[in-house]
Structure formats: structure tokens, C-alpha cells
Write a protein that binds this ligand. Structure first.
Ligand code: SF4
Length: 95
């Protein structure tokens, strides 16, 4: 997601920087299932063309980010990755 001063350097190369960044998170109003699926599909397509997709996914899993699309995965998909991780830290993942 959008880099701020002091955050991870890879974020400066994120494909989601800019006006379309909002599609990576649910809107403030109630979102119907079909709307969510379309939004997530669009966001994931951007992720799959992003030069830092692996770094983004590793970061989101490492910090246990609870919301949004990161590294081409939604919350449920990241939770499945986390559930499969061994107890020891430092495992590198690839999308
Ligand atoms: S992988 Fe997706 S969410 Fe992560 S930096 Fe790239 S475009 Fe943004």
C-alpha cells in the first residue's frame, strides 16, 4: 500500500500507489458480494503486475494485516497462509 516516511522501502515501488488505491480496501458503505468480488478481482490484477508482490505479501503476513488486498491476497487467503506457517519465524514465502 502507499508508503509513508520510515516504512518499508519496497512500498515506494508499489503498483497500487495513486488514485486507485481505494479499491484495495472495502468501502465505508455496505458492499454486496458481487461488488466485493469485482473490487477484489480488479485489485488482485494490479497486484499480479506489481514488481513488489512477494515483498508485499510477506509484509502483510508478517504484521498480520487484517484488512484489504495485499500481495494479491485478501484477508481470508492470507489467514490460510498464516495457518500453514510453522511456529518458527523467518520463513520466506513466495506468491
Ligand atoms: S502487491 Fe498489490 S497491494 Fe502490494 S504493493 Fe503491489 S499493488 Fe499494492
Amino acid at each position: 500500500m502507499i508508503a509513508k516516511r520510515g516504512e518499508e522501502l519496497w512500498q515506494a515501488r508499489a503498483a497500487c500507489r495513486g488514485p486507485h488505491a481505494g479499491i484495495f480496501f472495502p468501502p465505508s458503505h455496505i458492499e454486496r458480494k458481487e461488488e466485493r468480488l469485482t473490487r477484489e478481482r480488479t485489485a488482485k490484477a494490479i497486484c499480479h503486475s506489481c514488481p513488489v508482490e512477494d515483498e508485499c505479501l510477506e509484509y502483510a503476513v508478517r504484521i498480520r494485516e487484517a484488512h484489504g488486498i495485499w500481495g494479491g491476497r485478501n484477508e481470508t487467503e492470507r489467514k490460510q497462509i498464516i495457518d500453514r506457517l510453522p511456529a518458527s519465524p523467518g520463513l520466506r514465502m513466495h506468491a
